[in-house]
Design a protein around this ligand. Sequence first.
Ligand code: SAM
Ligand code: DTB
Ligand code: SF4
Length: 327
Amino acid sequence: MTVSLDDVKNLYAKPLLDLVFEAAQVQRANHEANEVQLCTLLSIKTGGCTEDCKYCSQSIHNKTELEKESLLDVDTVLASAKRAKDSGSTRFCMGAAWRQVNDGRAFDRVIDMVKGVREMGLEACATLGMLTETQAVRLKEAGLTAYNHNLDTSEDYYSNIITTRSYQERLDTIANVASAGISLCCGGIIGMGESREDRIKLLHTLANLDPQPESVPINALVPVEGTPLAKTEPLDIFEWIRAIAVARILVPKAMVRLSAGRLSISREAQALAFMAGANAIFTGDKLLTTPNPAANEDHQLMETLGLTARAPDKECGECESHEKLRA
Ligand code: SAM
Ligand code: DTB
Ligand code: SF4
C-alpha cells in the first residue's frame, strides 16, 4: 500500500501525545509490548573511507582523530560475537568503512565471518556500503539475516550531506538486497540540520520501500569533532520521539531501532521512545567508532522499565522479508 506524503505530514503534525498513543497501539498490535531486541555492533574495518559523508568519523575527507584499522581476522570477529551473545545480544552487526564491496579476499573473509556468526545461533547483519546483486546473493547464501544500508536523509537534503554517492545508488543497493531475499535494515539520521519537511520525506521514502524494511534504525547525529557537522545545533528531543512514532506507525512490522546518539539522550526520553514504538537498541560500550551507554546502564534501564530482552531467533511475524527468508 502506498503511503502519501500528506499522510506522513498529517501524522507528523499530530499533538505529540496523540501520536505516541497511536504508535503505542500499533506497537502492541504487532509486537510484544515490553520486549526489546539487543544488538551489538562491531567495526570490522575502521576509517580511511573515500566517501564524504559529513557526519562520519571514518571519512578521509574529515579531519577526525580516529585510528584506522584494516579488516579484522575472522577469529577476532567471532570472539567478539561470542561475547555479544553471552551478554544477551541476539543480533550481531558488522560494519566496514567501505564505499562499496569489492570482490576478492576481503569479501571472502566477510563471508566467513557471516557463516561463523550464524553458526553461533546469532542473527547476522552487515553494513559494507554499496552492493551488487551477485554480492548480495553470496551474502544470502552465507546466511546473512539482514543488510543495513541507510537512506540517511531526504532526497532533497542529501547533497548537503554526501556528494560521492547518489540517492539513487542507495536505492539500487537496497533493491539488490531485497531481490537476494535478505531482510533490509534501512533508516536515517536526524539532527543534521535538516528541516521537519526533510524528516517527513525521509520517512515517506522509507515507508514506500517494497518490501518494507525489517528494521528501521533511527540515528540521532553524534557530532564528531573534525567533521563538518561537529557544531550542529542539537535537535529538540521531541522531534526524535516524533520520528520514532511515525516510523512505528508507517512500518508496523519492523524493529524500530534506537541507534546512534543514545549516550546523550536521557533515560526519560528513551522511555518515551519505547512507548512510541522503539523496540531494539544497540548495546555495548561502543557503536562503530563512537561511545554508547555502558551495558550495565542499559540493563538497569530495562529493569526499571520492566522491559525484557527478546529471545534469539524470534521472528517478527508475518512480514514479507521473513517469509522470503523462510522460503
Ligand atoms: N560504510 C557503510 C555505509 O555508509 O553504508 C556502512 C557503515 S556507516 C558508519 C552506517 C551508518 O551509520 C550510516 O549510514 C549512518 O546512517 C550512520 N552513522 C555514521 N556516523 C554517524 C554519526 N556520527 N551519527 C549518527 N549516525 C551515524
Ligand atoms: C545504523 O543505522 N546505525 C549503526 C548501524 N546502522 C551500523 C551505526 C551507527 C554509527 C554511529 C557512529 C559511529 O559509531 O561511528
Ligand atoms: Fe564511509 Fe559509511 Fe562513513 Fe560514509 S558513513 S564515510 S560510507 S564509513
